[in-house]
Design a protein around this ligand. Sequence first.
Ligand SMILES: *Cc1c(COP(=O)(O)O)cnc(C)c1O
Length: 379
Amino acid sequence: MRTKTQLIHGGVSSDPLTGAVSVPIYQVSTYQQEGVGKHKGYEYSRTANPTRAALEALVRDLEHGHRGFAFASGMAAITSVMMLFNQGDHVLVTDDVYGGTFRVMTQVLNRLGISSTFVDTSRVDAIEAAIQPNTKALYLETPTNPLLKVTDIRQVAAVAKAHHLTLIVDNTFLSPYWQNPLDLGADIVVHSATKYLGGHSDVVAGIAVVNSEALADRLHYIQNATGSILGPQDAWLLMRGIKTLGVRMEEHERNARRIVDFLGQHPSVCKVYYPGLPDHPGHHVARTQARGFGGMISFDVGEADKVDAVLNKTRYFTLAESLGAVESLISVPARMTHASIPKARRDELGISDGLIRISVGLEDVEDLLEDLDQALSSH
Ligand SMILES: *Cc1c(COP(=O)(O)O)cnc(C)c1O
């Protein structure tokens, strides 16, 4: 089954009881048992729910994994995956990781004795230099947020294997439509399904897919024990969104390429970050490990005061956190998504105050180009 077909027919694509072509929302907490412990696979919805199970089977198929799990948010998925580790363990994390991941590692998990070091994972020598005797996992985001730095997943998977580290990849930015980290050697893939998988800015959800039965058993134990599950309504909404993931990702990318070309020639823009650009440092790796470059673009307008002029003028790019939805969004990483990262650290990473990030939506690209042109030219 090819990917676009899998989006429609993967997992459990209909209701076995009635033949309904959309899996129903099983709005239920508990299930009748014929005798003690004798049931149809469902006893309590924290443990398993048929709507969530259908979504979990679908994302397992899309990420070519052994088993999928749906959580209440991307952060719930990431935190649950981190619960696989123990007090005293150490994790290596991509340096310009999503701000919420940085926060949970440095403000919450550290208190439980799970320590982390942030490294430029696009450099294998930097990873190897940072491995400690107690390092148990490598956590990657590629492309990263907001600088779109690319890590070679195959190369890092070889390092992880040599050092017996669990390789976890946050695949939010490309979605399984463009990139499948498990095929490249990762052990676990996580998603903020709030973004491209959902795609319509109407659901907050998280996904984890694992590549082995052993990891599946351990993660299911954690999901059931700690309980940060996705509810049936949101699981259904997510399946609805996923059906159109293919057409959306194709169109996000087509629009993004036009906007990248436009920004590259605009006198008010000093730098454009997009992995599809041949001069992007990760361009070659991106081409070999992913089927597309995605719909996220960052660009630098130099000074912080120019940023506000642009933000105040755009009509179709809505000022908002988040990304990956049908509507185009614009944000200032330094003051929004990455505000929880200290300024000194942001400067080190290159997340300047003049950096603007856009999530290219599915509006007519001519309107998006006109909108950016008037916003950039008016100061
Ligand atoms: C948004 C995001 C998260 C967190 O997901 P939530 O659904 O907001 O909890 C994690 N990683 C990346 C790359 C994200 O963009």
